[in-house]
Design a protein around this ligand. Sequence first.
Ligand SMILES: [Zn+2]
Ligand SMILES: [Zn+2]
Length: 271
Amino acid sequence: MTHTAPAPSPAELAAAVPGLAEYLRPATLLNPYAAQPVPGASGIGGPALWPVGAPWPHCTARHPEDEYLIPRSAPVTPAVGTALVPVLLIRAEDAPHLPWPDGTDLLQVLWCPNDHDDIQGERYYYGPAVRLHWQRAAELAPATPPPPARSAAEYLPQPCALRPEQLLDLPDRDDLPGELARAVAEFAERRGIEYERDHGRADGWKLGGWPSWHCTDLVPIDCARCGARMTHLLTAESGDDPDLSLGRHGELHVFVCPVDPAHPVGLDIQG
Ligand SMILES: [Zn+2]
Ligand SMILES: [Zn+2]
């Protein structure tokens, strides 16, 4: 190897390959580390904020594990359900590029910490049921969510504080039109770099930017409500901080509808 030049940044790559610049997307790498988040600050695994007097959300889905306890033919649905757990709290200033609905400045990502195999619009998904709550910090107070009635330990995040880092992200070639993907591959070959590994699509807990398709080919994620092609909102990764295991120790992608962020999220697990 005689090539010693550093790998180009996503912005340099986008400037070098015509047509690539329009695929640059802002992203926030979260860089979680084990620590109690400051109440009200961005963090993983709580503490939660919630409107005073409003009920904490529950999942009333039938979980695959319930099959062992209640036959599917039984006309029984859990009356109360399983309390969702706080996964991620983000203040708008830490991820200003997200599609914040008017008047909101805080996003809480909650999930039901159990497997689900029949989420509407998710044909191949098996994992936690995710919900987004776009909120206004001034209307929230510290809350102590009830513990979930049932949970899988690998879906219970340990508390982490964050070191948010703003960057620009480029997609895997799977997300590019064929001609542009070929131009990127030729450029990478001339420069002696591996696009998918070197170009700077950031790995790890991330808001915005682009998802990795390292396990499957691209899976188009369309909104179950309106059919729009959805946008990557969050990558949650397996690993020590915050001690989750998603899929086969892979990563979970949450997608949001570009028409209305209140539409149900899209979900995908890679490995
Ligand atoms: Zn559930
Ligand atoms: Zn939609």
